[in-house]
Design a protein around this ligand. Structure first.
Ligand code: G6P
Length: 367
């Protein structure tokens, strides 16, 4: 079928706006709202017996895997190894029989990820895949196929596939925790409830598009931009930096907020905008103290937080972007929206080819 941009200027913008709908669609496949339960497709192995998970992916899909590592370890207490696919095979990974190897890919065809899957297969791993193209090579070779229901993604820089991957991975983490006997029905119901709140919160985040567009000109002239986050928002900093690099061609780096003092702080001056991803919550204070280290050196900060966080720490920032107050579990899904929109508007301001950035391919089928 022909896919068009509808009222949108670019496919990427359309795909950013589709997220509340496609994430809800994806969650419907993994949550039983009435029963307050998470659900998975049938499996011919015992999920509760999984002792170790190895996650392998590339690009944006890799960052979804990094977020999932926090969830698998926190909820299911299963140790997780994670690698980019192009490194995985070559480090001679230790893969004990019965381990679960999890591959994440929008296309299901990325050559490095597919080769890694076959390597894991040969090492007797159970193969699970999170893919957006259900007819892809990875889908065909999986023991457990976990589709994202994002619909076709046209923009080269991944957006809606990413948030749908996060939705599937959060549900998988909850299923794993349940299979391990680590979730009470009340805790499971709470997870279902928080995840179900995701699409509405993402919609609210989209409501701040105008503010983000208005501040894009503050970032567009920069040569370098730094993104900081902590915990599951650290991979979101990496993803924010990747989005900006991909479509605006501005050099950007994502850093764990607390690690900044071990190097990147040397770069800080008024010409390097610092985007701080810091929902209020248990990690907020620590991240804010890292942010103040930036400000003390003349750094210009854009704080992405909720009203509570902005009230506490927004003063002295170059700009703030307000998000709804959300449970930490869904923060990565919601905070994906402003980092995508920021990259999008900066790229539009610079006049780059948003949907077809130079040198990049939607699906990389060479190793
Ligand atoms: C390319 C795309 C990225 C994508 C990556 C992994 O680099 O430009 O947007 O994240 O491949 O693709 P996959 O289809 O495996 O998720």
């Amino acid at each position: 079928a022909m896919i068009d941009k509808g009222n949108h200027r670019h496919f990427m913008q359309k795909e950013i706006y589709e997220q509340p709908v496609v994430v809800a669609q994806t969650l419907r496949a993994y949550l039983r709202r009435m029963e307050n339960e998470v659900a998975m497709p049938d499996m011919d192995f015992d999920l509760g017996a999984v002792k170790r998970i190895t996650i392998v992916a590339c690009g944006t899909s890799f960052y979804a895997g990094m977020v999932a590592k926090y969830w698998f370890e926190k909820f299911a207490r299963v140790p997780v190894d994670i690698d980019v696919a192009s490194e995985f095979r070559y480090r001679d990974p230790v893969l004990e029989k019965g381990g679960l190897a999890l591959f994440i890919s929008q296309s299901g065809e990325t050559a490095d990820t597919l080769a890694a899957l076959r390597h894991a297969r040969a090492a007797d791993q159970i193969i699970a895949v999170v893919v957006n193209v259900p007819t892809s090579s990875m889908a065909r070779e999986a023991d457990l196929l976990l589709p994202t229901h994002a619909g076709p993604e046209i923009g080269v820089a991944s957006t809606k596939a990413f948030t749908c991957q996060l939705a599937v991975l959060a549900a998988l983490a909850a299923n794993l925790a349940r299979a391990k006997g680590l979730l009470t029905p009340e805790e499971e119901a709470e997870i279902v409830w928080h995840l179900s709140e995701g699409p509405a919160a993402m919609n609210e985040a989209l409501g701040h598009d105008g503010d983000i567009e208005a501040m894009a000109h503050l970032i567009a002239p920069a040569r370098d931009v730094l993104y900081l986050g902590r915990g599951p928002d650290y991979p979101m900093a990496l993803e924010g930096a990747l989005k900006l690099k991909e479509i605006s061609y501005i050099h950007a780096e994502g850093y764990a907020a607390g690690e900044m003092k071990h190097g990147p702080i040397a770069l800080i001056d008024e010409a390097v905008p610092v985007i701080v991803i810091a929902p209020s919550g248990p990690l907020f204070e620590k991240t804010v103290s890292n942010m103040q280290e930036v400000q003390a050196r003349g750094g210009k900060v854009v704080l992405i937080s909720d009203a509570e966080g902005i009230a506490l720490a927004g003063e002295g920032c170059m700009a703030t972007i307000e998000m709804p107050k959300v449970h930490p579990l869904i923060a990565p899904l919601v905070y994906a929206v402003p980092v995508q929109l920021l990259a999008y508007h900066v790229a539009v301001a610079k006049g780059t080819d948003v949907d077809q950035p130079r040198n990049l391919a939607k699906s990389v089928t060479v190793e």
